[in-house]
Design a protein around this ligand. Structure first.
Ligand code: C5P
Length: 220
């Protein structure tokens, strides 16, 4: 009955602001929120910790099939340990786009994502929400912003948290992740044919949230 549950998909490149927008839209509609990138990050952290080589597709798949993360009040638990912060490190971010190319890993995480569709509705953010996981969603949004704008946003976020950051290195890292995510054979980053494409380079958060909610009113 998953198809009857309203789903809004929000796909786009790294640091395009999808997470913030998806959470805000979910809140406004009283919907659940799926951060599919977190699942790929969890699979990666788990592989790194268990010493699974990142070029061993069979071992990565086997490890992903065993995953049973717990989402609890904004925290993510992996084998009982709180990994909410650990999965966001730059090291895990870079390694994740390598793990995400493995078709077996994607298949292992598919059911976890499908199960997130619950009443009264779901906002799902990622790379292939509209193309692969929820192809029947009545509203699909593909958010873009230039690599520079995205790197600047990430830079401000890190500095705001009191961390050090290098804008050039962040830009390079984002471009590298975009390249890997867009060029992989399975579920590459691309807009669904019926997706609404939104360039947010010049837009603020409120403006984007409003736009998505307006599209939702028109779509349902
Ligand atoms: O969205 P986030 O930046 O947290 O995603 C981390 C990585 O997970 C992406 O760079 C991508 O390689 C992978 N990913 C994916 N498919 C998704 C969501 C994330 O391949 N639906």
């Amino acid at each position: 009955m998953t198809d009857r549950i309203p789903v809004i998909t929000l796909d786009g490149p790294a640091a395009s602001g999808k997470g913030t927008i998806a959470e805000r839209v979910a809140q406004a509609l009283g919907f659940h929120y799926l951060d599919s990138g977190a699942l790929y990050r969890i699979a990666t952290l788990n592989a790194l910790r268990k010493g699974v080589p990142l070029d061993d597709a069979a071992a990565l798949t086997a490890a992903a099939e065993q995953l049973a993360p717990v989402f609890e009040g904004g925290r993510i638990l992996l084998e009982g340990e709180d990994v909410t912060t650990a999965i966001r490190s730059e090291g895990v971010s870079a390694a994740t786009s390598r793990v995400a190319v493995v078709p077996g890993v994607r298949a292992a995480l598919f059911a976890l994502q499908k199960n997130a569709a619950r009443h009264p509705g779901l906002v799902a953010d990622g790379r292939d929400m509209g193309t692969v996981v929820f192809p029947d969603a009545p509203l699909k949004v593909f958010m873009t912003a230039s690599a520079r704008v995205r790197a600047e946003r990430r830079y401000k976020q890190l500095i705001g948290r009191g961390e050090t950051a290098d804008l050039e290195a962040l830009t390079r890292d984002l471009e590298e992740r975009d390249r890997r995510d867009s060029q992989r054979a399975t579920a590459p980053l691309r807009p669904a044919e019926d997706a609404k494409v939104l360039d947010t380079s010049e837009m603020g958060i409120e403006e984007v949230v409003k736009k998505v909610l307006l599209w939702w009113d028109e779509a349902r």
